[in-house]
Design a protein around this ligand. Structure first.
Ligand code: BGC
Length: 413
């Protein structure tokens, strides 16, 4: 069937012509700051790739202004009302989110010609999200990705979690944070509009210890940067690992396979995994493997070599110091000109290329490799791996992680 998703926004002509980009290209990892008229910004690009420097993006909808609107999105079987928020920045770029799963329903940003389209996969109505779906756009917790055999030990007690992915626990269990209705507040700042989602996950929910208070802030600013900030506190030690599971296709939600998207990751190492996708504990070099994206490379160029996983489904170690906001990577769709730059404080990033998308209704009709996810996170199975970054939150501590996805336009070749 045809993909069912949020229809794209009607095209809007840019009211301000985009000035020409700097004609030079940049070498790997070199950050260039260009005065863009509206703001200075940075780009990580590579001389050997087709990626051209950032094209100052002044694609302004003259009628747009920063705004938040709320509309009904549907009701749960128990009658709970679910809402859809539409956040507009001053350029008319849109972020749509629902309180069900604190999930991103669409992100509408311009291509090189100024045409705004939704660049995420999802469903047009709440119903699609109520069935078992591939975590489209969801805020995932209490522990995203896998915990081996659904077991971990803390302070002498062994905890058992749902084994909902072969022998392992995945994405918080049967009823993870993606299936809960979050309390929502609207946020407004000088340069952004946003939403703060919060929930209290009670002691024992899905087998996890401790009453966990979680906040997920999604801020949408006037440079089309989506900043996601997670915070949490607990009254008992508990594992925690939060991510957003947006599926991106920068060519638009109907853009087809993402093999031509160019990806560059600031990641020299990845986590070796066993046949059930649990890390072995080894941090392996990407050099000489199909996981080497230190130079911008089309996602599809070596994807066929990943036969065991049918594509990319690997956690990369983000270079630099976890806990500091640093470059994670960049993706560009050369055809539409849309790009996305990622920064994060998280230790890792899971590159997942929709290897289980099979065109079914519960997958929104989307097929194999029609999107990519870059889920910033702590390392999978961290509660069982003493050498991995700490994933245990204790009473009196504050969990805090920030990730940003900045949408931009690159110059034509
Ligand atoms: C995991 C995949 C999984 C997908 C959808 C990703 O985060 O790494 O293995 O299939 O989520 O659940």
């Amino acid at each position: 069937m045809k993909p069912r998703s949020i229809p794209s926004q009607p095209s809007r002509a840019p009211s301000t012509p985009s000035p020409a980009g700097d004609p030079s290209t940049f070498s790997l990892n070199r950050r260039a700051v260009l005065a863009a008229g509206i703001a200075a910004c940075s780009l990580i690009a590579d001389r050997s790739s087709a990626i051209q420097p950032f094209h100052p993006n002044l694609l302004q909808d003259a009628s747009a202004s920063m705004n938040i609107t709320k509309a009904p999105f549907g009701t749960l079987p128990d009658g709970t009302a679910v809402s859809l928020w539409t956040l507009s920045n001053s350029r008319g770029d849109l972020l749509k989110m629902t309180d069900y799963g604190a999930l991103i329903v669409s992100i509408e940003v311009p291509d090189r010609q100024g045409n705004r389209t939704n660049v995420t996969l999802g469903f047009p109505k709440l119903d699609g999200y109520l069935e078992r779906h591939p975590y489209f756009g969801a805020t995932v917790g209490r522990f995203c990705n896998r915990i081996a055999k659904g077991k971990f030990s803390l302070d002498g007690t062994t905890y058992s979690l749902a084994q909902n992915n072969g022998p392992n626990h995945l994405h918080g269990g049967e009823v993870g944070f993606d299936k809960l209705v979050w309390k929502t507040e609207e946020l407004r700042g000088d340069n952004y509009v946003g939403l703060r989602f919060s929930l209290l996950s009670p002691d024992g929910q899905e087998g996890y210890p401790g009453n966990l208070s979680v906040q997920a802030e999604y801020l949408w600013d006037n440079e089309a940067k989506l900043t996601i900030r997670f915070t949490a506190t607990t009254d008992k030690a508990t594992p925690i690992n939060l991510t957003n599971h947006a599926y991106f296709n920068l060519g638009g939600w109907q853009g087809g396979v993402i093999h031509n998207h160019q990806l560059q990751l600031q990641c020299a190492k990845y986590l070796a995994i066993d046949e059930t996708m649990i890390p072995t504990g080894a941090l392996a070099d990407v050099a000489g493997t199909p996981l080497d994206f230190r130079t911008a490379t089309p996602i599809g160029q070596r994807i066929a070599q990943l036969t065991a996983t049918n594509g990319y489904d690997h956690c990369f170690v983000v270079d630099g110091q976890p806990g500091t906001l640093r470059a994670c990577g960049m993706v560009v769709d050369p055809k539409s000109g849309r790009g996305m730059e990622i920064q994060t404080t998280q230790p890792g990033v899971q590159l997942y290329t929709g290897n289980f998308l099979n065109g079914s209704d519960s997958n929104g009709g989307f097929k194999l490799h029609e999107a990519f996810c870059l889920e910033t996170q702590n390392f999978p199975d961290a509660p069982n791996q003493p050498t991995f970054p700490n994933s245990i939150l204790k009473p009196g501590e504050k969990f805090e992680q920030t990730t940003s996805y900045r949408f931009l336009v690159v110059a034509d070749k």
